[in-house]
Ligand binder design. Structure first.
Ligand code: GLV
Ligand code: MN
Ligand code: MN
Length: 404
């Protein structure tokens, strides 16, 4: 099947009528529907599907075992996300299996498609939950305690989705089977589209260092009409100071990004001075040091504004991942075998970035003509998606021919 046909089958699953695009959160019923769809697709192809202890799905072509070639991506989305971030890699993996089959190929190494749980962290805050738990870079106790905005713990959500949270944790057995991992993904910027030949496919070189922090400012809830300025202890002011500091902190720091994309006042009434404000900072840069500097600068601005307004501030790191440099030999080999396609860095996080610390890992990107991502307008042209699947099939075929 083509990538376009596969994505068409899930085009109505998890549409968000309020935000636009899709809201497909980890361990939620909508993601469950997508996982069921994937299992059916895999079984139709005779693949043997297993769920690992962290809720990741593995669809095996051939007997599971060591030194396997793994491809795949994720099916969850950010709130109001696009159709391609994640599902494109899953659909391209299924389509690549079809292309290999129709060419009469039989893998000489075990080959599997992995679908990782809660990659975006859109529900529980920590991105790449499935791959972090699997590699041991996230403590399972801390993971079980994570809560979503309705107060549901990850442990409860996993149980409802049929995954036993007591089994969360580093999965040396699953890791031992992975010989290498290649994730195909829509590009999340415009670098490919700005190249003269606007290539369909590129290979990734690196991912920015990236962390998320939760800020809570506590003030005094009060009446918007009757509270005189000297009596106000409004937590929205330190929050606003932090938002402005986030933009200022980027000046002079090449490649750094700082974003406040989520802010929740409590209780959240138009005529109410909030009693507290929670907001989340996403900070990234080519190395860890500038990320830390940016966060310190923003925290200092929030702290000064909180003191001035008589508010309390607390700051907690929710996740951090250092710079990822993809395996240079695999990167160069893939780029050469695909006819000299460009090699590009990215600012977006991926399960491939988590796995890169444990196994040789690479990524293929498919051109995104607008560069928009994490938004309903995210797009990739059908011809580029099919070219991506063909490139992935060529890559898997080549990797499967390697001697163990
Ligand atoms: C995920 O796509 C991220 O970069 O946050
Ligand atoms: Mn993704
Ligand atoms: Mn994403």
């Amino acid at each position: 099947m083509t990538v376009t046909a596969l994505l068409g089958e899930i085009a109505d699953v998890g549409r968000d009528g309020r935000r636009g695009g899709y809201s497909r959160h980890g361990f939620a019923p909508v993601e469950g529907e997508l996982r069921t769809w994937f299992v059916e697709q895999a079984q139709r192809r005779g693949l043997d599907v297993r769920t690992d202890r962290n809720g990741n799905l593995w669809a095996w072509w051939g007997t599971p075992g060591p030194n396997a070639v793994i491809t795949g991506s994720h099916l969850d989305s950010v709130p109001g996300g696009g159709a391609f971030d994640g599902p494109l890699g899953v659909a391209a993996s299924l389509s690549a299996v079809d292309l290999l089959r129709s060419g009469g190929f039989q893998p000489g190494r075990p080959l599997a498609i992995g679908v990782f749980s809660e990659e975006e962290g859109g529900r529980f805050g920590v991105p790449c939950l499935g791959s972090r738990l699997m590699t041991g870079s996230l403590d399972p106790d801390a993971a079980r305690r994570l809560t979503d905005s309705d107060g549901i713990t990850l442990a409860e959500a996993a149980s409802s989705a049929g995954v036993d949270p007591a089994r969360f944790g580093r999965d040396d057995e699953a890791l031992a089977d992975i010989g290498c991992f290649v994730e195909l993904h829509v590009e999340q910027g415009r670098a490919m589209d700005l190249l003269d030949d606007r290539p369909s496919v590129a290979v990734a070189s690196s991912i920015l260092a990236h962390g998320r922090w939760r800020f809570t400012v506590t003030g005094v809830g009060n009446h918007a009409g009757t509270t005189e300025v000297p009596d106000r202890r409004d937590p929205m002011l330190p929050a606003a100071a932090a938002v402005l500091a986030a933009r200022r902190a980027l000046g002079g720091r090449a490649g750094a990004r700082a974003t406040v994309g989520r802010l929740t006042p409590t209780p959240g009434g138009t005529n109410v001075i909030a009693s507290s404000v929670d907001f989340w900072l996403d900070a990234r840069a080519p190395e860890e040091a500038p990320v830390r500097e940016v966060v310190e600068e923003i925290t200092a601005a929030a702290r000064a504004a909180a003191a001035e307004e008589g508010c309390e501030l607390s700051v907690r790191q929710e996740s951090f991942g250092d710079t990822v440099l993809f395996d240079p030999a695999l990167r160069d080999r893939l780029a050469a075998e695909l006819g000299g396609v460009p090699v590009l860095p990215t600012g977006a996080g991926h399960d491939a970035g988590i796995l890169a610390s444990r196994v040789p890992t690479a990524m293929l990107f498919v051109r995104n003509p607008t560069g928009i991502s994490h938004a309903p307008a995210e797009h990739a042209e059908p011809a580029d998606c099919e070219a991506g699947a063909a490139a992935l099939a060529r890559t898997l075929e080549s990797l499967c021919r390697d001697e163990p």
